[in-house]
Design a protein around this ligand. Structure first.
Ligand code: B12
Ligand code: SF4
Ligand code: SF4
Length: 309
């Protein structure tokens, strides 16, 4: 085994010990194919009012502009699937990814632990840790690293475990052994496209973010929701899981074992009226460490009100 192979094996083993589901490696290079696709996506205004997607175009496509002398991108997956569900079938729906503690914190701690391990075991390695919010194309790297294929719903799907996981990276100035991409297994299926209530999957593999319920309920900060989506929200108040719930590959999902993703004990038992009558105090208590804080109390109220339109 050469050094790159030894280091790769060490990192992958440690990543699993830290609770990551999978770890794959790519050479840090320019994302040529994605450059055109990102440019088109922005040109079509599929980012809506997510102005941050227009920033750092070059950095988003080239990890060497984010980390000096970057050699490798280490992609990591963290499972958030759960079989727990909201008990009132009439209650406004919350996406599974937001049941527990905000994943940004959970993942950052694990990434930092992995980076520290690398420096202790391998030596002076330069790099940075990234989760979600940075200008890095998480799915493109995970795909290149062989952790799954990007499906027609535009989510990364692992052939044995489905798509209910988060993606994070370490970009390092260390040579590692790269993995290769896997095949696309969507085949002739169109379940996600057919099930999307707002028609946000405008063509296979392309999501118009500005039409997605996840965008409308989380990212869009306007005081009033666009009327064209009235009656199309399928009772979602925060995020949307439809195009993943209907995906046949998600029958392979297994419940996560991350204790920090355990929902607040009251959360899943709130009834429709509990949500409608929610006070700011209860909101703060339920979502103190949660990603739902992103919408703020008024945002969640706006979403809930819109559902009864
Ligand atoms: C912006 C964003 C959104 C936006 C836009 C969605 C989108 N598809 O881009 C909104 C707010 C709508 C959103 C929603 C969700 N998101 Co989001 N989001 C992001 C973010 C910050 C950037 C994604 C991005 O770069 N988009 C830009 C466009 C260009 O990229 P793209 O859709 O991936 O485009 C590719 C394809 O369209 C393809 N393509 C384009 N044209 C063509 C043509 C052909 C022929 C082919 C084959 C391919 C192809 O190439 C493009 C580039 O690779 C990432 C985090 C990150 N930093 O990467 C998370 C991320 C993608 N989101 C995530 C999640 C979990 C969600 C939700 C499931 C949350 C929820 N339950 O509500 C939904 C899913 C909606 C969906 N079906 O996509 C996860 C996905 C995990 C996974 N397994 O894939 C990520 C990676 C966050 C994370 N770190 O874990 N999200
Ligand atoms: S998350 Fe919901 S609204 Fe967005 S593309 Fe998927 S099914 Fe459509
Ligand atoms: S529902 Fe079907 S088409 Fe959509 S991502 Fe899953 S396998 Fe692919």
């Amino acid at each position: 085994m050469n050094f790159a192979q030894q280091h790769t094996a060490l990192i992958k083993k440690k990543a699993l010990e830290l609770g990551f589901f999978f770890c794959g490696i790519s050479k840090a290079d320019f994302l040529e194919q994605e450059a055109k696709q990102l440019e088109n996506w922005l040109k079509m205004n599929h980012h809506g009012k997510m102005g941050y997607m227009e920033n750092h175009f070059d950095k988003r496509l080239d990890p060497r502009l984010l980390v000096d002398d970057a050699k490798s991108v280490v992609s990591l997956l963290l499972n958030y699937y759960t079989e727990e569900q909201q008990t009132d079938p009439e209650a406004p729906k919350l996406s599974k990814y937001a049941y527990g503690k905000d994943y940004h914190y959970v993942i950052k701690d694990k990434l930092k632990a992995l980076f520290q391990f690398i420096q202790e075991e391998i030596g002076e390695v330069g790099g940075r840790v990234f989760v979600d919010s940075a200008p890095v194309m998480d799915k493109a790297w995970a795909k290149k690293s062989g952790l799954g294929w990007v499906g027609k719903n535009s989510n990364l799907i692992h052939p044995k475990h489905g798509s209910f996981f988060f993606i994070a990276e370490l970009i390092l100035d260390l040579e590692l052994e790269a993995d290769g991409p896997i095949k696309d297994y969507c085949g002739t299926c169109t379940k996600c496209i057919d099930s999307c209530p707002t028609g946000a999957i405008v063509e296979p593999y392309v999501v118009d973010g500005s039409k997605c319920i996840s965008y409308l309920t989380i990212e869009l900060k306007d005081a009033i929701m666009p009327q064209i989506f009235s009656g199309k929200m399928d009772n979602w108040m925060f995020g949307c899981d439809i195009c993943q719930d209907v995906c046949p590959w998600n029958r392979f999902s297994k419940p996560n074992t991350e204790s920090q993703f355990t929902p607040h004990e009251q959360l899943l038992n709130l009834s429709k009226s509990d949500w409608e009558d929610m006070t700011e105090e209860l909101f703060s208590e339920l979502f103190r460490h949660s990603a739902v804080k992103r919408t703020k109390f008024d945002g969640l109220k706006r979403n809930i009100r819109f559902l009864s339109h």
